[in-house]
Design a protein around this ligand. Structure first.
Ligand code: ADP
Length: 216
C-alpha cells in the first residue's frame, strides 16, 4: 500500500506515520526528517536546504523529487511506504504519479491519500510545545505527551530539542506554504477520488484509529 499523509505543519503527520509504518510494516518516508539529517551532516543538499527550512519556505521541487526518487527506489519501499511531507506541490504530485506508474507493483495500484484536518489556531499552540529527540526523532508535547524526565528522551536517553523552524515566524510561513502550495495538492487528489479526510484533533490514539479506519 502506498499511503500519502497530507496535513498542515504540526498536524501530527510524523507521529501517525511512525505508528502506521509499524502496523503496516512499510517504511516511513519523511522528507522533513531526510532534510534535517542532510542539514545535520552538512551534505551539499543540507547546505542548500538549511536556510530555506529554517525560514519555513519550501525547498525547490527538483531537489525534493531527486530525493524521493532515490528513496522510493530502494528495495524496502518496493511494497509501498508511508509518505510524510511529500508531495507538497502539484508539480511534486505529478512527478510522484509518474514515478509510481513507472515502478508498477503494489505501490502504484494501492494509493491512499489521507488529509489530516487541524485548524490553524490549534497548530500554533501545538508547535510551541513540541520537542523532539535530537538522536532518535521521537516526538513529545510538553503538555499532552511530556517525557518522563524533563528534557530527556524516554526511548534513548538523549536530549530533547525544539526545531529551528518551530519559531512563530517560521510556523506562519509554513502555514502560508501549506495553504498556498499544498492545498492545491489536496484538490489534485480529490479530483481523482483518492482523498480521505480525517479529523486530526484529539488524542493521538483516537486520531490513529480514525486513520486506520479511513484506510480500509
Ligand atoms: P512540517 O510538516 O511540520 O512543516 P516537515 O518536517 O515535514 O515539517 O518539513 C520541514 C521543512 O522541510 C518544510 O517546512 C520545508 O522547508 C522542507 N520540506 C519538507 N518536505 C518538503 C517538500 N516535499 N517540498 C519542499 N520542501 C519540503
Amino acid at each position: 500500500m502506498q499511503v500519502i499523509l497530507i496535513g498542515p505543519p504540526g498536524s501530527g503527520k510524523g507521529t501517525q506515520a511512525k505508528r502506521l509504518s509499524a502496523q503496516l510494516a512499510i517504511p516511513h518516508v519523511s522528507t522533513g526528517d531526510m532534510l534535517r539529517e542532510a542539514i545535520a551532516e552538512v551534505t551539499e543538499l543540507g547546505k542548500v536546504a538549511a536556510p530555506i527550512v529554517a525560514s519555513g519556505a519550501l525547498v525547490p521541487d527538483d531537489l525534493m523529487i531527486g530525493i524521493i526518487k532515490e528513496r522510493l527506489g530502494r528495495p524496502d519501499a518496493a511494497g509501498g511506504s508511508i509518505l510524510d511531507g511529500f508531495p507538497r506541490t502539484v508539480v511534486q504530485a505529478e512527478k510522484l504519479d509518474a514515478l509510481l506508474v513507472q515502478r508498477g507493483g503494489n505501490g502504484a495500484k494501492n494509493v491512499r491519500v489521507v488529509q489530516l484536518l487541524v485548524p490553524d489556531e490549534a497548530i500554533v499552540k501545538r508547535i510551541a510545545a513540541r520537542r523532539s529527540c535530537g538522536n532518535c526523532g521521537a516526538i513529545y508535547h510538553l503538555e499532552t505527551a511530556p517525557p518522563a524526565k524533563a528534557g530527556v528522551c524516554d526511548r534513548c536517553g538523549a536530549g530533547l530539542i525544539a526545531r529551528v523552524d518551530d519559531t512563530e515566524t517560521a510556523v506562519r510561513k509554513r502555514l502560508q506554504a501549506f495553504h498556498g502550495q499544498t492545498m492545491p495538492v489536496v484538490s489534485y487528489y480529490r479530483n481523482q477520488n483518492l482523498l480521505r479526510e480525517v479529523d486530526g484533533v484529539g488524542p493521538v490514539d483516537e486520531v490513529f484509529e480514525r486513520i486506520r479506519k479511513s484506510l480500509s
